[in-house]
Design a protein around this ligand. Structure first.
Ligand SMILES: NC(=O)c1ccc[n+]([C@@H]2O[C@H](COP(=O)([O-])OP(=O)(O)OC[C@H]3O[C@@H](n4cnc5c(N)ncnc54)[C@H](O)[C@@H]3O)[C@@H](O)[C@H]2O)c1
Length: 437
């Protein structure tokens, strides 16, 4: 059993803390946000993530999972320290390493014996070296090994992803630290999870290369979807047939309003910046970013077209605010771009999301929120679906039509039946498929 401290108790830190304690280690999740720690200590789970509440409560009850805002004390008591703080996009579009550097200083000041310092946050290549330098600058006698262990979990299925990863990447400089990290993940050997051991720099690179590739795939299928619209092809049939090719795979071939979330947008920008700064530009990634940005704007144009450019003073129902289903995260969601543009055009926006409304309200308190999709579409002149929650997949289109002022719908997630929309006389559009005449 290892004594582990996690610094940063967000989506990654809390899920990792729950998962690693489930592996049998003693874990203390820490955060500078005292309110968050207080809530966790009183049994409240501050984020929505399927399966997280039971994972956390089970391990707290077993006495293996603790929460504390006393980061120095937790560092003293541990032999492995995971850094899991945010690395948001900075003003120059590169990753903002302010939080990571602050944590490195705290660790340096509080290293009282040999420890492993391991970064789970997504950080640019070379950050490991920077963290080592910071630790030595505040504590020249520091005795530690640095490890990069990038995290690949996806919000919405984070617990499952953590407990059953496709692979675990461990970038180390010493055999001692590699063996210690293998011990942390030992329970995964039962599932024969590949443990990929690399250098620190390669591990840092793997995370960006993987995320940017997935983002690229989404932008690619969105471009194909847009072309399908122009030439009268159906992107679903195209994507399905493409995906059956084992070299391609069907994953991430779902067209939509553009990727969002806390990772792909910032990580593609950060990788593009790393490429520019290293004199090794990545034009495919730069293009994927541009395509993604224009895809979000394209949804606004589509909706306006659907409404025959008569949007001023009209009521638009928005179904779905989260960047994907099963999460309350609205960071960089398509809704964050599309809704302000609808408001700018003079529309009254009535929004509904089963989970993410409170988070969205923090950014856009100015629009109207409703407690159900039925209330959101009541009297609407148009409706736009932005998140493929199951609740919207099974929407009763007869009911929807009867509630709306005008039956016009833009299904940016392609979840509704075109045949049904046609038979009910909806004016409709989607991404890359047949639209109403
Ligand atoms: N969210 C994901 O799906 C995901 C997946 C894989 C990797 N990542 C990466 O993991 C990292 C964390 O992402 P997240 O979504 O969990 O972020 P988050 O914003 O949900 O959580 C970060 C936490 O760190 C805390 N924090 C910030 N500075 C601190 C400090 N100095 N001391 C202690 N705590 C501090 C914040 O209060 C916050 O609770 C990022 O680098 C991200 O790119 C995220």
């Amino acid at each position: 059993m290892r004594q582990i401290t996690i610094v940063g108790t967000g989506y990654v830190g809390l899920v990792s803390g729950g998962g690693i304690s489930e592996f049998g280690h003693e874990v203390t999740c820490t955060d500078m946000d005292q309110d968050k720690i207080k809530r966790l200590n009183s049994g409240e789970i501050p984020i929505y993530e399927p399966g997280l509440e039971s994972l956390v409560k089970r391990n707290v009850a077993k006495g293996r999972l603790h929460f504390s805002s006393d980061v120095p004390q937790a560092i003293h008591n541990s032999n492995i320290i995971f850094i899991a703080v945010g690395t948001p996009q900075g003003s120059n579009r590169e990753a903002d390493l302010g939080a990571v550097e602050a944590v490195a200083k705290t660790i340096g000041k509080n290293l009282n014996s040999y420890k492993i310092v391991c970064t789970k946050s997504t950080v640019p290549i070379g950050t490991g070296k920077r963290i080592e330098d910071i630790i030595y600058s505040v504590n020249p006698e520091a005795d530690f090994d640095y490890v990069s262990n990038p995290e690949f979990l996806r919000e919405g299925s984070a617990v499952k992803d953590f407990m059953h990863p496709d692979r675990v990447v461990i970038g180390t400089r010493t055999t001692k630290s590699l063996n210690a990290m293998r011990e942390v993940y030992r329970p995964l050997y039962i599932n024969e999870t590949p443990i990929i051991s690399t250098s620190v720099e390669t591990a840092e690179m793997i995370k960006y290369a993987a995320n940017a590739y997935l983002a690229l795939k989404i932008s690619y299928i969105n471009e194909i979807a847009n072309l399908c619209e122009a030439v009268g092809a159906d992107v679903h049939e195209v994507a399905r047939a493409m995906g059956l090719d084992g070299r391609i795979s069907p994953k991430f071939l779902h067209p939509g309003p553009g990727f969002g979330g806390s990772c792909f947008p910032k990580d593609t920008h950060a990788l593009a910046a790393i490429g520019r700064n290293s004199d090794s530009p990545l034009p495919t990634i730069e293009a994927a970013i541009k395509t993604n940005e224009s895809q979000k704007r394209r949804m606004v144009t589509k909706l306006k077209r659907l409404m025959k450019n008569d949007i001023k003073g009209k009521s638009v129902a928005v179904l779905g605010l989260a960047f994907k289903p099963q999460t309350d995260d609205v960071r960089e969601a398509a809704s964050r771009v599309i809704i302000p543009k609808l408001v700018e055009s003079g529309a009254t926006v009535c929004a509904y999301d089963p989970i993410a409304m409170d988070n969205f309200k923090n950014h856009h308190p100015d629009i109207q929120y409703r407690d159900s999709w039925q209330d959101a579409v009541n009297g609407a002149d148009a409706c736009i679906i932005l998140t493929e929650w199951n609740e919207f997949r099974g929407i009763d289109l007869n009911k929807l039509k009867s509630l709306m002022n005008k039956p016009a719908i833009l299904d940016t997630k392609n979840i509704l039946s075109i045949e049904k929309l046609e038979s009910l006389g909806f004016t409709f559009d989607n991404v890359g498929r047949k639209k109403s005449e």
